[in-house]
Design a protein around this ligand. Structure first.
Ligand SMILES: NC(=O)C1=CN([C@@H]2O[C@H](COP(=O)(O)OP(=O)(O)OC[C@H]3O[C@@H](n4cnc5c(N)ncnc54)[C@H](OP(=O)(O)O)[C@@H]3O)[C@@H](O)[C@H]2O)[C@H](O)CC1
Ligand SMILES: [K+]
Length: 511
């Protein structure tokens, strides 16, 4: 699903209004009707008090229309206009009049006014600011946000939590409404997925307001949300007359004394993702544990006992997963530099190899085109430098990826894959995966996909999705705390099966 920038959403509005020959007022009515339906389906006439806080623009207008529809259905509402500006949008004014005709006159809240009492069992609808926010809210509006938060009432934000910009991180956390749920129009917003801005809404949901389909499908966006539909398009079925050679030979290079487990995890994940053959290249201390515990993998050993001292092998791998558990011994650093001088095989680079690249920038020029780099935030910072906010981070990551022609997989709760100026936001995964070894599993999976012929970008996006899906499958049995990297590998098969599983709801409809 595409993630549109705010200007594109405004443009989609305009096109829709023109092509459907409607007024903006009709579009607002449609948007607010979706909000009403959502609430009404859940509340079923429950007399709970609903406090609707409306700004003076179209976000506020949505709130006023919702208030009118709730009133008509007999709900217990209180409506407030948060008068943070003298201006009013036309559709706001039209809907204020319509509401007044139904004998609902909102309380106007201005600087210095007493704030309404809200009980924790009430519901708050936040329609104060939407996509039009262009500067930080005034202090008294921030005080109102804090008041809403202190009430601990369920807070439903319209389109976006008020105070959240679409293109920058707010400098003051208090200046944003903390939403329990956000009902966003037509398309998800990028800020729902970034670490410093995603925290303002616990959940979000898209409401289809019928914006012009042609506009939505043809517009180019900088970001895309990756779910099952998107990765299914990449999936390559296994062929009947195939053999292990058809699915490539992955070489996993890494490990050092005390960190052979990382290679074990990556190699095993690589096998479970479908690589035809997997070989591990490790220091000698890794030979026995790997041969004993992972019989499907072959093992080549370095001359040194405890760390990699020279990368030298006589096989022709399709792809190499490099760096897990490798350490940064001087000999290992030299070995990596010499290896990169001659290597032409596609690479997936993680962990210590990334840190070595950060400390030896000249190595970056030696990477084969479209190498996949999988840093966690600290490793990313070492690679691209310090950033100021999530948006600068993304721009810096895009420049880095362009400069070195590499696919950058920024690991996090919504892992973001960057390539060729675009970002792909993953939707699978859970906090149970924040545990040692899960990164090694990802490296193995992406390597295994490239081995089978998936182009690096698709392998990265698909691998990240499947990695999260495996976690989501397994966590149902284990719970967050007990979800280990080994468990994740067990879930890879389920993740593949899930790609083709028919929804229970669909089956029920057919019966
Ligand atoms: N296609 C859709 O998704 C539809 C969305 N709708 C809703 O429309 C809003 C966007 O509405 P808009 O009127 O553009 O913007 P806001 O309501 O967010 O803001 C109103 C004005 O407030 C001013 N502003 C901005 N920041 C501040 C501030 N910190 N303090 C005071 N005032 C501020 C600004 O005007 P200025 O001229 O003063 O700069 C804003 O214009 C969208 O989010 C949806 O909820 C439609 O209803 C249907 C289609
Ligand atoms: K809002």
């Amino acid at each position: 699903m595409k993630i549109f920038a705010a200007e594109q959403i405004y443009a989609a509005d305009k096109t829709t209004i023109k092509k459907q020959n409607i007024t903006s007022d009709v579009l607002m009515e449609r948007a607010a009707t979706r909000l009403f339906e959502w609430l009404h389906l859940r509340l079923q006439g429950n007399p709970v008090k609903i406090h609707l806080f409306c700004g003076i623009g179209n976000n506020g207008g949505d709130g006023l229309v919702l208030a009118r529809q709730l009133k008509e259905e007999g709900y217990n509402i209180a409506v407030y206009v948060v008068r943070y500006s003298e201006k009013r949008s036309d559709d706001f004014s039209t809907n204020l009049e319509r509401l007044k005709k139904r004998e609902v006159t909102p309380d106007v809240l201005e600087e210095g006014d007493a704030l309404p009492t809200i009980s924790k069992d009430d519901i708050i609808v936040d329609a104060i600011f939407g996509l039009g926010l262009n500067r930080p809210p005034d202090d008294w509006v921030v005080a109102l946000f804090e008041h809403l938060h202190r009430s601990r009432a369920f807070t439903l934000s319209v389109d976006i939590p008020s105070g959240l910009f679409t293109d920058r991180v707010p400098s003051d956390k208090k200046a944003v409404v903390k939403a329990n749920h956000t009902l966003t129009f037509q398309v998800p917003k990028l800020v729902f997925f970034l670490p410093k801005t995603g925290i303002f809404t616990e959940n979000w949901e898209v409401l289809d307001i019928g914006l012009d389909q042609e506009f939505l499908s043809t517009a180019e966006t900088d970001y895309e949300l990756i779910g099952k539909n998107e990765v299914l398009a990449f999936y390559e079925p296994r062929k009947k007359y195939s053999h292990k050679g058809t699915y490539g030979h992955s070489l996993i290079i890494g490990g050092s004394y005390g960190k052979i487990g990382a290679v074990h995890l990556a190699a095993k994940a690589c096998l479970h993702t479908g690589s035809g053959l997997v070989t591990a290249y490790v220091p000698q201390c890794g030979y026995t544990p790997l041969q004993t515990n992972l019989p499907e993998a072959m093992v080549i050993t370095d001359a040194a006992e405890k760390h990699i001292s020279k990368i030298d092998f006589d096989i022709e791998p399709t792809v190499i997963g490099l760096g897990i558990g490798m350490g940064k011994d001087t000999k290992t650093v030299n070995a990596l530099g010499q290896f990169l001088d001659v290597n032409k095989t596609p690479l997936v680079i993680d962990a210590d190899a990334l840190n070595i690249l950060s400390e030896n920038e000249e190595f970056l020029d030696k990477l084969p085109p479209r190498s996949v780099l999988t840093p966690h935030p600290k490793e990313l910072e070492r690679l691209i430098g310090k950033w100021d906010g999530d948006f600068q981070k993304l721009e810096m990551a895009k420049s880095f990826s362009q400069k070195y022609d590499c696919v950058l997989v920024i690991k996090g709760s919504n892992t973001l894959t960057i390539y060729d100026g675009k970002g792909y936001v993953n939707t699978t995964g859970n906090p149970g995966m924040a545990t040692g070894g899960t990164g090694d599993v990802l490296t193995g999976m992406v390597t295994g996909l490239i081995a089978q012929g998936y182009p690096p970008l698709q392998a990265a996006i698909f691998g990240v999705y499947m990695h999260g899906e495996a976690g989501d499958t397994m966590v149902e049995d284990t719970g967050y705390q007990t979800l280990t990297a080994s468990k994740l590998i067990e879930g890879i098969g389920e993740a593949f099966l899930d790609l083709f599983a028919v929804d229970d709801d669909v089956l029920a409809d057919e019966e």
